[in-house]
Design a protein around this ligand. Structure first.
Ligand code: PBG
Length: 325
């Protein structure tokens, strides 16, 4: 392949020809929009580090869910802020919990919208860890049982997809067993399989009020230095019954998305997390970047790397911009 016979610019001459040869066509089909449900009614409290994103009571969540569905976004993922936190995260798995009530209300208001739920204890525990703490350590197996109960309570309320984000070992298998035992075999599992111990979750912890009160999450979330280990985590979750797997965060981990996509023929999701969102918003508000072009480029890059499902706080903007394209 040599010049002048080959001239790659031939296929870049105008938008029609560029469109013809475009390898990645960003579309709204894989978008999931994260939402934070809090107690009360009529509440909408903006998260300062995530402009445009708010903690909202169930009635407000339903309003926004309608808007999301009208924009052609196929699904939302729900996170809960309980009334009271305790050491076992009790409000996370009771039928009257905020997320359970939000699921029911959204399903009623917009049956066409997919409801995904985050399954993890950190939003509900007073110590902020993703599992039960004994002698200063997060213990695996008793946590797994509570996670399975939480997934079951979400599924009973009407969730289509449960997404465990805790990184305990064996939780996918326990959740699958629990759901199947309750005749809920149609409920799918999207596992946060390769979830890294990342500093990019900072703003989320303000939104979900879930910062660990001591220590950090390094004993359960993955070391950012490891790529091969992600393949092991994904393989284990698939063996245990995960229907879809997730890599998180997205932008600093495009290599992981690519490797996972190459190694497994299953739907791959990526979570474009709170810190990634906050950086874009801050730079855009300062006039340092063109927000629309940057967000579309990031979204295209995540899809190009191999993720067909993207969880992102930019989802509503993306849906509007893609409609206008
Ligand atoms: C719960 C959970 C977290 C995120 C999703 N689920 C926080 C964490 O692990 O600390 C982060 C999402 C984001 O940053 O947007 N475990």
């Amino acid at each position: 392949m040599t010049f002048p016979v080959h001239r790659p610019r031939r296929l870049r001459q105008n938008e029609a020809i560029r469109g013809l040869v475009r390898e990645t066509q960003p579309s709204t089909h894989g978008l999931i929009y994260p939402m934070f449900v809090c107690p009360g009614s009529g509440v909408r409290a903006e998260v300062s580090s995530m402009p445009g994103i708010a903690q909202q009571s169930v009635d407000k969540i339903v309003e926004e869910a309608r808007e999301v569905a009208d924009l052609g976004i196929p699904g939302v993922i729900l996170f809960g802020l309980p009334e009271h936190k305790d050491e076992k995260g009790t409000e996370g798995y009771i039928a009257s919990g905020v997320v359970q009530r939000a699921i029911e209300a959204i399903r009623k208001a917009r049956p066409d919208l997919l409801v995904v739920t985050d399954v993890c204890l950190c939003e509900y525990t007073d110590h902020g860890h993703c599992g039960i703490v004994e002698n200063g350590k997060v213990v695996n197996d008793s946590t797994v049982e509570l996670l399975a109960q939480m997934a079951l309570s979400h599924a009973r309320a009407g969730a289509h997809i449960v997404a465990p984000s805790d990184m305990m070992d064996g939780r996918v298998g326990a959740i699958r067993k629990k759901l199947d035992g309750a005749n809920l075999s149609d409920v799918a599992i999207l596992s946060y399989a390769a979830k890294y111990c990342s500093s990019f979750y900072g703003p989320f912890r303000e939104a979900a009020q879930s910062a660990p009160q001591f220590g950090d999450r390094r004993s359960y979330q993955m070391d950012p230095a490891n790529a091969r280990e992600a393949l092991k985590e994904v393989a284990l979750d698939l063996d245990e019954g995960a229907d879809m797997i997730m890599v998180k965060p997205a932008l600093p981990y495009l290599d992981i998305i690519h490797r996972v996509r190459a190694a497994f023929d299953v739907p791959v999701a990526a979570y474009n997390v709170s810190g990634e969102y906050a950086m874009v918003k801050a730079a855009a508000q300062n006039g340092w970047i063109d927000e629309k072009r940057v967000v579309l480029e990031i979204f295209t890059a995540i899809q190009r790397a191999g993720a067909s499902i993207v969880l992102t706080y930019h989802a509503k903007d993306l849906a509007r911009w893609l409609k206008a394209c």
